[in-house]
Design a protein around this ligand. Structure first.
Ligand code: SPD
Length: 286
């Protein structure tokens, strides 16, 4: 049998392409915002692809969803309210829902098609979209935050795709300012922060931009085989200006929650902020 290869577009990583052996296309269509594809791979389970770029595979999604979520939530002493920007596949909502102290989760996803296909083909990622604490809005998050009607949150997680297409507005200064305005005192933001190997200049720019609004800003990262170059990071911003506002967890993981985690531990939390020399030279903490 001849292998059919899915080959990722090289939108933000010219000169390299990641491929996965594809068994079957489960869904392919255009939403109002982007091209949406879900396929069954030979070795990574079902795969969600937006505009030709891999967003999540069933085999390794936990490495991203756990870290973008638990880094800010365990850096906060007592998070009760969480806003998720994007995150339509439901993976971040699943991780937020593990925090029993969280009382309110609002998720603002621009594209209902992403949620629809995830409910159908990515059931382990999307199950917590039914959590009674969660309110799901299909809305442009940039407008939602600009309106000032969203209220205030302890933690905001920006689970976006790359800054081409619908997510481009989520990397602008105005958006970061609006994130700050939507936080409670000591609030924390965690955003998809791109790859050290590919986007160091972009990361330095973003850190500079968010540094205008937050006293503490740091980059942390995870490893994940199906994202470009096997690595992706998070820009974490805190209104708390103390030295260890972000890189030391304020709470430990209880035994029951630890059983559900495949990547995040308190030790991994601290290690995620330790950068290789080439990156530290370019993006030292603000
Ligand atoms: N280069 C791909 C970055 C994708 C980040 N978002 C993933 C969404 C998973 N919930």
């Amino acid at each position: 049998k001849q292998t059919t290869w899915f080959s990722e577009t090289e939108a933000m990583w010219p000169g390299q392409k990641f491929c996965l052996a594809q068994e079957e296309v489960l869904f392919h269509g255009k939403s109002d915002f982007q091209d949406v594809l879900v396929f069954k791979s030979e070795t990574y389970g079902n795969v969600l692809v937006l505009d030709g770029v891999i967003q999540a595979t069933e085999r390794d999604e936990f490495a991203y969803q756990e870290m973008i979520t638990h880094l800010p939530l365990y850096s906060h002493a007592n998070p009760k309210s969480v806003l998720i920007v994007g995150g339509g596949d439901g993976g971040v909502a699943r991780e937020v829902a593990k925090h029993t102290g969280v009382e309110k989760i609002v998720m603002c996803e621009i594209d209902p098609k992403v949620t629809e296909v995830s409910r159908k083909y990515l059931p382990k990622m999307s199950a917590s979209l039914e959590d009674p604490r969660l309110t799901l809005l299909f809305q442009d998050a940039a407008e939602y935050l600009r309106s000032g009607e969203c209220g205030k949150f302890d933690v905001i997680i920006v689970d976006s795709s790359d800054p081409v297409g619908p997510a481009e507005v989520l990397f602008r200064s105005e958006f970061y300012e609006n994130l700050k305005n939507a936080l409670n005192p000591n609030g924390i933001v965690s955003t998809q922060g791109e790859c050290l190997w590919l986007h160091l200049d972009l990361i330095a720019d973003v850190l500079g931009r968010v540094g205008q609004f937050f006293p503490t800003v740091q980059y942390a990262y995870t490893t994940i085989p199906t994202y470009p170059s096997g690595q992706i990071g998070f820009v974490l911003c805190s209104l708390d200006d103390s030295v260890d506002a972000l890189n030391k967890p304020k709470r430990i993981v209880d035994a029951k929650t630890a059983e559900t985690l495949e990547y995040y531990t308190s030790k991994v939390h601290e290690a995620a902020f330790v950068l290789p020399a080439f990156a530290e030279k370019k993006i030292s903490p603000v």
